[in-house]
Ligand binder design. Sequence first.
Ligand code: SF4
Length: 371
Amino acid sequence: MDFWKMPLEDLRQAAAEATAQRHARRVTYVVNRNANFSRICTVGCAFCGFGKRPGTVGATADRIDEVVARVGQTPWVTEVCLQGGIDPGLKPEYYFDLVRALREAFPWMHLHAFSPMEIDSLCEKAGCEPEEMMSKLRAAGVGTIPGTAAEILVDEVRQKISRNKLPAARWVEIVRAAHRAGVRSSATILFGHVERWQDIRSHFEVLLKVQEETGGFTEFVPLAFVPYQNRLGGILAGRAGGMKVLEERIRKRAMRLYPLARMVLGQAIPNLQTSWVKLGVGGAVESLSWGCNDFGGTLYEEAITRSSGGKHGERLEPERIEEAIREAGYVPSERSTLYGQVKKVFPLVNKSCQPLVEEHRIQRIATINPN
Ligand code: SF4
């Protein structure tokens, strides 16, 4: 069956059925947080409001102890996602020391760290190949990597939206190297800008090929373009005849892309993650009937989408996620980064016996994990 040509309602129906067959009414989510350690970036992607050129307003990077202190504000998370700009001032040692410091301070947290673009830059700074870099990062404590920086894996499109970014083949090379080193990753797509459906199709084909070879993708995460505070958004809104028209185009694209992802990729990559950051809680709930089975995470410190004018906040408490999932008629289920059961093994007090976790959280944890 050619899903690419299916009428939208039929496609959505097929996606809803395929999701129910695979996941029943269970919708997973992860209690995680972001820690964006540097906004300094020399790449200049047209869709990005986060990266700042060195020396410009807002171009700041954190010391390692500052990142550790921020992560320490949410000791109950099971995952930390570390990503930053391509900052020429950060030496490879910074990345390794950051990972080691977090591992030492919070050994119960899984470190989901550094995009293929950051790993490419690290390889260049350290003068080594991706395989060697991935082995070193794994030895330092990296558990998985985010499959961001994929945008659209078609160089002609990449040239238009982020011409200084690593080429599609290099993204694939780094992700393959990670998977071979035993470091799994997510897979992403950035859609709703200049890409055509045939580019999305090519992108899916690349992901399927990698997954066939390595089986290393944990989930597919479509990311809708946020157009409000970046160069590309201004240009595309002008061409479209206004921001409202552009918003509507992105929404329509999302409505077809999610069910297509379920039908085309779902056998190989069974987890399809929605994004409350990009779609809002209402949009994310709606996408559960388009093929999504994962609600994403709590994030606690969402900065990248907000920097592009994202309107849906920087954090979502686990209770709110569960409530949204339940209200939509599904069964919420907290998961680990690798879609396993969560193990709450973190201490509830610090070395001075001060509580690390507020009372209501201890109760919630006790409810979920009676043992
Ligand atoms: S998307 Fe990443 S690489 Fe591109 S400008 Fe933003 S921070 Fe830099």
